[in-house]
Design a protein around this ligand. Structure first.
Ligand code: KG4
Ligand code: ZN
Length: 343
């Protein structure tokens, strides 16, 4: 059994966690910065980076105290090294390097996307490789075949906005706060999903990639027209996203024989999306797994878990590991325009 200290600061959440290789979360803490970014309707990189510098050290000492451990008791330090907002990425990575150097522990430089991709295995001990993963977050919307630690095949990505970005932009148009996903989900529960005709870009096409920009423009037109209640727009928008995700995932299921469908990333916290994908998996005779909501949005437990999986595989990094703004999980996948930098 090993214990890993995980650190995360690639977007607007500062987080630290201690996780054991037998899937126990010994301690964890996440501090978001919603209030600081809310006036701007999105994350301001410079504000985020400065906040991580102030917040992260206290979270590290806090989780160690909660678990009654010192840094000398852990087996490795796992820190997000990208992709993300580079000023923020450097905070956790350099904190991790400092701790690794001072305590003589191995460093594991973690790809934040691998954190989301392997997080379902932290929550579900029965989830084996391979699985088909729908990764839906603020910066990414991808379908990947997860074949093992560090072994990914990308089947689809977005050609413009990520799914979470679409939620955030629609929320801004509706005058809701940031982040938009939870606010839209709450408002949508009181609206009629059939009230506003909205397009579902690329649905019906055999191209498995995603597109959400047209949907955002349609939401804008619906808001400006003044013809619809905001709750009805929110509900119709959420339904359109569900329809897009189901349509694209159906194509991926036809080309992948992975026994389970898995969904992860911040947007996977959305209840209607979780249940629609669970139904899709059942209809296709596949298993289904989704982590609890707190493990879908950014956190350090998933980073520590990647550390545990990589340490077990002997995959450790040097203290010269780079911070990367962009870092695809599948290097061989074709580049597409528009894919975001957040994870
Ligand atoms: O994975 P995450 O915490 O950060 C990134 O790595 O991007 O994802 C954040 C995204 C935001 O766009 C947020 O609006 C969305 O996840 N999100 C949701 C929900 N909770 C968070 N989207 C839809 N429904 C939710 N309940
Ligand atoms: Zn993320």
């Amino acid at each position: 059994m090993t214990v890993i200290l995980g650190l995360e600061s690639s977007c607007d959440d500062s987080a630290a966690a201690l996780v054991s290789s037998d899937r126990r979360i010994l301690a964890q803490a996440v501090v978001g910065q919603n209030a600081a970014h809310q006036p701007y309707g999105g994350v301001v990189p410079e504000i985020a980076a400065r906040a991580h510098v102030e917040i992260l050290p206290g979270l590290i000492s806090g989780v160690l105290a909660d678990a009654r451990l010192s840094v000398h008791d852990v087996d490795a330090i796992a820190a997000t090294a990208g992709p993300g907002l580079i000023g923020g990425v450097m905070v956790a990575l350099l904190a991790g390097k400092g701790l690794a150097l001072a305590a003589g522990k191995p460093l594991i430089a973690v790809n934040h996307l691998e954190g989301h991709a392997l997080s379902p295995r932290l929550a579900d001990p029965d989830l084996d490789f391979p699985y088909l993963l729908l990764l839906v977050s603020g910066g990414h919307c991808q379908l990947l075949e997860v074949r093992g630690v560090g072994a990914y095949r990308r089947l689809a990505t977005t050609i413009d906005d990520a799914a979470g970005e679409a939620f955030d932009k629609a929320a801004k148009l509706l005058g809701l706060g940031y982040p938009g996903g939870p606010a839209i989900e709450e408002l949508a529960a009181t609206g009629d999903a059939a009230a506003v005709p909205l397009p579902c870009p690329l649905v019906g096409s055999s191209d498995p990639n995603f597109s959400f920009a047209g949907l955002k423009s349609a939401v804008q037109r619906a808001v400006v027209s003044g013809d619809f209640a905001h709750a009805d727009i929110a509900a119709s928008f959420q339904q359109a996203v569900v329809d897009c995700l189901l349509d694209r995932t159906t194509i991926a299921l036809s080309v992948s024989d992975a026994p389970a469908l898995v969904v992860a990333g911040g947007v996977a916290a959305n209840q209607p999306i979780r249940s629609a994908l669970a139904d899709l998996a059942a209809r296709n005779g596949r298993g289904f797994s989704v982590p609890p909501g707190w493990l879908c949005t950014d956190n350090a437990a998933m980073i520590a878990w990647v550390g545990a999986e990589r340490l077990a595989a002997g995959l450790i990094d040097g203290l010269d590991a780079p911070a990367r703004a962009r870092w695809p999980l599948d290097d061989s996948a074709e580049k597409v325009r528009g894919a975001g930098v957040k994870a």
